[in-house]
Design a protein around this ligand. Structure first.
Ligand SMILES: *Cc1c(COP(=O)(O)O)cnc(C)c1O
Length: 410
């Protein structure tokens, strides 16, 4: 399925993650990337400033940190290198860092779908879904929502909006960890002159590279696995340079103002260096925890693409060679009360939303994140009363399982 001719042999992903984005040494030969904690940059003379604004040769390399910053650019090169890992035309792509995952997503959609229609996956990250449902209309766009595992539905939508749409999906989607066929979706969308944007936050490029499967734009909440330690809020986008120029993506980021801060970029960069190591452990642990939960009498269903019982296991297996990520969801037979009781009895697992931190996070959408959502709507979206989401950390799998076991007994 992958375009093997376009894949060239180079450093392994693991090595690349450690060294990604490294530029030239600074004036002191600093081993670690310096944090250029500055708002603005000094011009040596008027000419240098004028040329910088006109993007001419001989101009200053930087102007103002909302436009670009050396520390932020290091992270942008790193993420671009990982998302385009193994692609022969990797140099044709650019990375852009943002102040949050939502800044990357909204800036990307506003730039790429202006005056167009967004064909979106039905189950999406909450804020993305709210933006598409409630705000795109006010901005002159429209949106519709479909099950992306059904290519027939996609084609019906594409036929209604040829050359006038953007397809938007998540590589692994909440709450049932649904996996879609990115290659088939991209091929179909391209037949209708439509670009495909994929939120690759859950899978990360360690497990899955949407660009290699034909997608045009990848976005991330780097808050999660890229940062890896739950210490920043950040986002990223990787796409072809030509898409950025044709759609003024850089200008939209500049004017909407969503670039990453130098400090957050630097913290994220340290996370990226250990991405491969962490993802390997996150997914090995998640697989063990999923297998344990699947045999537990208090658990009805476990949603994890690594399990053969998962509806898209076969597809996930063909797209992801090194595991299936660290997030899983499961349904408790005891419903709402069982969910609350589990939350109150875990000791090692931390009761918190988010994911991608080194420690295991657990949450019960029905009593927490989605408690304000109408029950019928909530259940319609697959967020049932007994659904629990677990973002498995890199502790010992045995300890995580023992904690869940004692808490489930209560
Ligand atoms: C967290 C998350 C986002 C939003 O990212 P922020 O960094 O919180 O703005 C978007 N998509 C997915 C899949 C996420 O998990």
């Amino acid at each position: 399925m992958m375009n093997t001719e376009a894949i060239v042999k180079e450093l392994s992903f693991e090595s690349k993650a450690v060294h990604a984005g490294a530029g030239k040494k600074d004036q002191y030969g600093s081993h670690a990337t310096p944090i250029y904690q500055t708002s603005t940059f000094v011009f040596n003379n008027v000419d240098e400033g004028a040329k910088a604004f006109a993007h001419e040769e001989g101009g200053a390399s930087h102007i103002y940190s909302r436009l670009g910053n050396p520390t932020v650019e290091h992270l942008e090169r790193a993420i671009r290198e990982l998302e385009t890992f193994g692609l022969a035309d990797a140099e044709e792509y650019t990375g852009m860092a943002f102040g949050s995952g939502m800044a990357a997503i909204t800036t990307g959609i506003i730039a790429l779908a202006k005056e167009k229609h967004v064909i979106a996956q039905d189950a999406l990250y909450g804020c993305t879904s709210q933006f598409l449902k409630e705000e795109t209309f006010q901005l002159g766009m429209s949106a519709s929502f479909i099950d992306m595992t059904d290519l027939f539905l996609l084609e019906v939508e594409l036929k209604k909006h040829p050359n006038k749409a953007l397809v938007y999906l998540e590589s692994i989607a909440n709450p049932t960890m649904k996996v879609s066929d990115i290659q088939a979706i991209s091929d179909l969308a391209h037949e209708y002159g439509v670009l495909v944007m994929v939120d690759n936050t859950f899978a990360t490029p360690y497990h899955l590279q949407p660009l290699k499967l034909g997608a045009d734009v990848v976005v991330h909440s780097t808050t999660k696995y890229m940062g890896g330690h739950g210490t920043i809020i950040g986002g990223a986008m990787v796409t072809r340079k030509e898409i950025i120029t044709d759609n003024d993506v850089f200008i939209f980021r500049k004017n909407l103002g969503g670039i990453s801060s130098p400090m957050d970029a630097w913290i994220t960069l340290n996370g990226v260096k250990t991405l491969a190591l962490r993802m390997e452990k996150h997914s090995a642990n998640a697989m063990k925890v999923a297998e344990f939960l699947e045999t537990h009498p208090a658990v009805d269903i476990v949603w994890y693409p690594g399990l053969t019982s998962h509806p898209q296991h076969h597809l996930a297996d063909s797209m992801m060679e090194k595991g299936f990520g660290g997030v899983l969801a499961f349904e408790l037979r005891g419903g709402f009360e069982a969910g609350k009781s589990l939350m109150n009895n875990v000791k090692l697992c931390t009761l918190a939303v988010s994911l991608g931190t080194v420690d295991t996070l657990i949450q019960h959408p029905a009593s927490m994140t989605h408690s304000v959502v109408d029950e019928q709507l909530r259940c319609g979206a697959g967020i049932t009363d007994g659904l629990v989401r677990l973002a498995v950390g890199i502790e010992s799998a045995d300890d995580i399982i023992a904690d869940l076991e004692q808490a489930l007994e209560n």
